[in-house]
Design a protein around this ligand. Structure first.
Ligand SMILES: [Zn+2]
Length: 277
C-alpha cells in the first residue's frame, strides 16, 4: 500500500469546466474515499457578467466577474466534495482570436514552461495516481483548454511519476445525442457548415477509440447541482433547462482516452483507478 491516499487530480481551464467534464468522477471517487484535487488555471474573467454581459459590454467588469466565478467554483467544489481546490489565477484568455489572448497575464501567452513549473509543484505535493485534463485541441479549441493540456503534459514530463493520465473526450454517439437534445430544447444550435467542419479538427472520438467509460449516473444529481452553481454562465443554462433526469441520461457516463499508463490495466476499462487498487 502507498503511504498516502489514492489521489485524483483534475486540471481545468475555467470555473465550471470541472462540473461539465469531470463532475461525475470527482463526486464518485470522493465518495469512494479517494482524495480529489482540482486545479483551475484561470480566473474565468472573460465569462458572462451580470445579466449575461459579455467582455467589453458595459456592465462587464472583469474583476467582479472573476470574484463571482470564484464563489461559484467554491460552491461547485462543495457539491462535488472536492478535497483540495488549487487556483493558478491566470487571466482568462477568452475565445481564440480575442484581444484578451494577448493581454498581460493571460494564460494563453504564459510560457508553457512557467505554467508547467507551477503545476509540477502541485504534482510533487499531492503525488496524484491519476491526472485528468483536456486533449491537445482542448476538446473544442479554446486557447485556455489547449494551454491546460500543454502545461499538464509538460509538468507530468518534469515530474515523471503519475501512473495514469487521461484526456477528457466524448464519443461521437453521445455528440449526436447531444445535438438532438439541443434542438429539442431550442438551444442556438447551428449545423456546422460542411466546408468549415471539414477544416476543423473533429470534436470527440469514434466510440471504439474511447478507452475508459466511467459510470457516474449515481452522481448525476450532484453533477447537475455543481453546474447549477455556475448558473451565471449562459452556456450552462441549456443543461439546467433539461432537468436532472435528462441531464443524467445524457451526461451520466464520463469518457476518457488513456494517454499514459504504467499499470497494464486492460482496455477498455470502466474505472480510472483500474490497476491501482
Ligand atoms: Zn473552459
Amino acid at each position: 500500500m502507498a503511504d498516502r491516499p489514492l489521489t485524483l487530480m483534475a486540471v481545468h481551464a475555467h470555473p465550471d469546466d470541472e462540473a461539465t467534464g469531470t463532475g461525475g468522477v470527482l463526486a464518485r471517487y470522493a465518495a469512494e474515499g479517494i482524495r480529489t484535487v482540482l486545479v483551475t488555471c484561470t480566473d474565468g474573467s472573460c465569462g458572462d457578467g451580470p445579466g449575461g454581459a459579455k467582455p467589453g459590454d458595459p456592465g462587464h467588469d472583469p474583476l467582479a466577474v472573476a470574484a463571482m466565478r470564484r464563489r461559484e467554483l467554491q460552491a461547485s467544489c462543495e457539491v462535488l466534495n472536492v478535497g483540495h481546490l488549487e487556483l493558478l489565477e491566470y487571466a482568462d484568455s477568452g475565445m481564440m482570436g480575442w484581444a484578451t489572448n494577448d493581454a498581460p497575464g493571460s494564460f494563453w501567452r504564459t510560457p508553457v514552461e512557467e505554467g508547467a513549473a507551477r503545476l509540477a509543484e502541485l504534482l510533487l505535493r499531492y503525488r496524484p495516481d491519476v491526472v485528468v485534463t483536456y486533449d491537445e485541441n482542448g476538446f473544442y479549441g479554446h486557447p485556455d483548454h489547449i494551454q491546460a493540456n500543454r502545461i499538464t503534459m509538460a509538468a507530468l514530463e518534469l515530474t515523471g511519476m503519475t501512473p495514469k493520465v487521461y484526456w477528457t473526450t466524448a464519443p461521437h454517439s453521445a455528440m449526436r445525442r447531444m445535438g438532438e437534445v439541443m434542438r429539442e430544447f431550442g438551444a442556438d444550435w447551428e449545423e456546422p457548415d460542411p466546408s468549415e467542419a471539414a477544416a476543423m479538427p473533429e470534436i470527440g472520438l469514434p466510440d471504439e477509440e474511447i478507452t475508459t467509460w466511467v459510470d457516474t449516473t449515481e452522481f448525476g444529481g450532484r453533477k447537475f447541482d455543481a453546474l447549477a452553481a455556475h448558473a451565471s454562465q449562459g452556456e450552462n443554462i441549456f443543461f439546467l433547462k433539461m432537468g436532472k433526469e435528462r441531464f443524467t441520461e445524457l451526461m451520466g457516463v464520463e469518457t476518457f482516452v488513456r494517454v499514459r499508463d504504467t499499470t497494464g490495466a486492460a482496455l477498455p476499462e470502466n474505472d480510472l483507478f483500474a490497476g491501482l487498487r
